[in-house]
Design a protein around this ligand. Structure first.
Ligand code: ACO
Ligand code: OAA
Length: 371
């Protein structure tokens, strides 16, 4: 038995939700380029859960159901108020999602109908939780979710208390579409491993949030913004990035386990970053990002992934950088729950083997004789 480090190239599940074939990403067989241009996030969530695009009445019903389920139990909001100042946003989200199970009478109901209802509930509640976390830490009261508006609209509204500009809603909605699912990425795999023990959907999503948090995965979008903030100016891009490359340090937002010729989502986010810069009349972040790309791609051949241009986009939308990864979770919970439903539908415990590389033939040594 020989281990494959990082399970690279190992096909660990069959799935009909999303595919990456020859560098092309599809959700349920539809090219992400088409969805990014034409679909709303709610349509995409429906597509991921049900395997088909919704009719108008199905979409209306989903938007209604999301609105009806977006409020978070008062006890959970009260809990958020008790978190220490400076709490990590993803740690807070992970904790809240775990606690939501305690307030859901259906949490342990394993029927397919109940699991679909819980998927919608989680999708509805995550934006409310992230916005409430952001406001409470500023000493402000959370804002109750609206009914009948999109998730992108509701999230920006709950974050600021103001009606968001249409262009901001449109940009965030497209970002949510682009992040919704991605085959067997680390967080989705974590979710599937967890629920394959027949644990509940809240356990699966809690595991997924833990996996998404790391900077090699979803946490890279925040890390990209930390880097842009450290660089600070267009003039400082070259010395900063060159020093990183010379030291063989990783540049966050570049590289990918599966895409070696570029992430098809990145171009949409790059375009969005340019457009938001033009609207703001400040191209600094966009130009810095392009210069970083030129250097990293030029010298290492590494291309930007989904996390790279999303950082400048979210900053230009006025979103604090430590909410970037929670926003990724707001989108990806649609994919996680679709995969969890798929796992339950044809379940088998996920339990691979390890290649043992430790010592053999050892014996118990009494404690007095140990050196
Ligand atoms: C939503 C997402 O999760 S997208 C990914 C988000 N993560 C990041 O952006 C973090 C930065 N990128 C990385 O760490 C990696 O490219 C990963 C984790 C995404 C993929 O990792 P792997 O497939 O395991 O590739 P691995 O880390 O082994 O890298 C292979 C080689 O490329 C180099 N490399 C990979 N990514 C980068 C990078 N961002 N900057 C500099 N060098 C890099 C590695 O140092 C390594 O070089 P070596 O062979 O000389 O040692
Ligand atoms: O697929 C991966 O390994 C990471 C990724 O791009 C994603 O989850 O969107």
């Amino acid at each position: 038995m020989t281990a494959t480090k990082g399970l690279e190239g190992i096909v660990a599940a069959a799935s009909s939700i999303s595919s990456i074939i020859d560098g092309v990403l599809t959700y349920r067989g539809i090219d992400i380029d088409e969805l990014a241009e034409k679909a709303t996030f709610e349509e995409v969530a429906y597509l991921l859960w049900h395997g088909k695009l919704p009719t108008q009445s199905e979409l209306d019903a989903l938007i209604r159901e999301l609105g009806e389920n977006a409020a978070v139990p008062e006890e959970v909001i009260a809990g958020l108020r008790l978190y220490p100042a400076g709490s990590n946003s993803m740690a807070a989200l992970r904790t809240v999602v775990s606690s939501l199970a305690l307030y859901d009478a259906e949490a342990q109901d394993m029927s397919r109908e109940a699991n679909i209802r819980k998927a919608v509930k989680l999708q509805a509640q995550l934006p409310t939780v992230v916005a409430a976390f952001a406001r409470i830490r500023q000493g402000k009261d959370p804002i109750a979710p609206k009914k009948g508006v999109s998730i992108a609209h509701n999230f920006l509204y709950m974050l600021t208390g103001e009606e968001p500009a249409a262009v901001a809603v449109e940009a965030l909605d497209k970002a949510l579409v682009l992040h919704a699912d991605h085959e067997l990425n680390a967080s989705t795999f974590a979710a599937r491993v967890t629920v394959a023990t027949l644990s509940d959907i809240y356990s699966g999503v809690t595991s997924a949030i833990g996996a998404l948090k790391g900077p090699l995965h979803g946490g890279a979008n925040e890390a990209v913004m930390v880097m842009l903030d450290e660089i600070g100016s267009l003039a400082n891009v070259e010395p900063y990035i060159q020093a990183k490359l010379d030291k063989k340090e990783k540049v966050m937002g570049f590289g990918h386990r599966v895409y070696k010729n570029g992430d098809p989502r990145a171009k949409h986010l790059q375009q969005m970053s340019r457009q938001l810069g033009e609207l703001k009349g400040d191209m600094t972040l966009y130009e810095m990002s392009v210069k970083i790309e030129d250097l990293v791609t030029g010298q290492k051949g590494l291309k930007p992934n989904v996390d790279f241009y999303s950082a400048s986009c979210y900053t230009m939308l006025g979103i604090p950088r430590d909410l970037f990864t929670p926003i990724f979770a707001i989108s990806r919970v649609s994919g996680w729950t679709a995969h969890i439903l798929e796992q339950y539908d044809d379940n088998r415990l996920i339990r691979p083997r390890a290649e043992y590389v430790g010592p053999v033939g050892q014996h118990y040594v009494p404690i007095a004789q140990r050196g």
